[in-house]
Design a binder for this molecule. Structure first.
Ligand SMILES: CC(C)(COP(=O)(O)OP(=O)(O)OC[C@H]1O[C@@H](n2cnc3c(N)ncnc32)[C@H](O)[C@@H]1OP(=O)(O)O)[C@@H](O)C(=O)NCCC(=O)NCCS
Length: 214
């Protein structure tokens, strides 16, 4: 989820970096191979990355189902409300990329991350914006969320983005604590720092020279 959707077309340095990142055919293949397999106890997971235009219809449907399962209640408590069609449209956006985490034994979708390379809300810096990270209760708390966010961080480092950003509902306290544990803090453009009363906050993890995921 993100509360804006535009990418300006002026050609400064930030836009050139953004353009470069968006031209990558498969960002996952440009970072360390360790980000393509996640193993922890009984979890054996293969990670792939698809551009929205290459998403098979059944994968798209499984992503919307999973988001509905974990997030419908949270959306209904917010100013957005829950709408399957607009969620599907978000996943099909021209610049949307999806990390898919599938059970290595049977190919079942266990988790996914929807991210995009965009400019931040001040339209100054190129960022990796995490629109969605989802997994069912059965695989939560097993380190997969950290692994997938570390993968996004590695992608951000590779493409010289300035931050990884996310939007999180304030009432989704588990997710909020998860991001805080990963070192995320409130972004300068988050509603509460701009005198706005909203149900969400915008958070970021800054990428500096030498930043490395775990
Ligand atoms: C939020 C979510 C992505 C977290 O992923 P996860 O795989 O369950 O989290 P992990 O097991 O990787 O946890 C990573 C770290 O965060 C900590 N953490 C996770 N949830 C926490 C919580 N509720 N309170 C405190 N710490 C928490 C873990 O203890 C772990 O710390 P460690 O690595 O130092 O041991 C996942 O639970 C999820 O998809 N939830 C449902 C959908 C959702 O809310 N998505 C986010 C939308 S903004």
């Amino acid at each position: 989820m993100r509360n804006k959707n535009k990418i300006p077309a002026n050609h400064n340095k930030s836009n050139l970096r953004l353009l470069g990142a968006n031209m990558s055919v498969n960002p996952l293949l440009e970072i360390d191979e360790k980000r393509r397999v996640y193993q922890n106890g009984d979890l054996s997971i293969e990670i792939t990355c698809l551009h929205s235009k290459d998403l098979p219809a059944e994968t798209l449907a499984a992503m919307v189902d999973l988001t509905e399962e974990t997030m419908k209640e949270h959306y209904e408590k917010s100013e957005y409300g829950w709408n399957r069609k607009s969620k599907e449209k978000e996943f099909k956006h021209d610049t949307a990329r999806i990390l898919l985490a599938k059970d290595a034994s049977n190919g079942k979708l266990l988790a996914f991350v929807h991210y995009r390379f965009e400019l931040d809300d001040e339209e100054k810096f190129p960022v990796v914006y995490c629109y969605e990270i989802q997994m069912p209760k059965s695989v939560q708390g097993k380190g997969l969320g950290r692994y997938l966010m570390d993968t996004l961080l590695d992608i951000g480092v590779r493409f010289k983005m300035n931050k990884v950003m996310i939007t999180c509902f304030k009432h989704n306290t588990d997710a909020f604590k998860f991001y805080e544990k990963l070192g995320y803090g409130l972004d300068i453009c988050t509603p509460s720092k701009c005198g706005l009363e909203k149900t969400y906050e915008i958070m970021n993890l800054k990428i500096r020279a030498g930043t490395q995921a775990s």
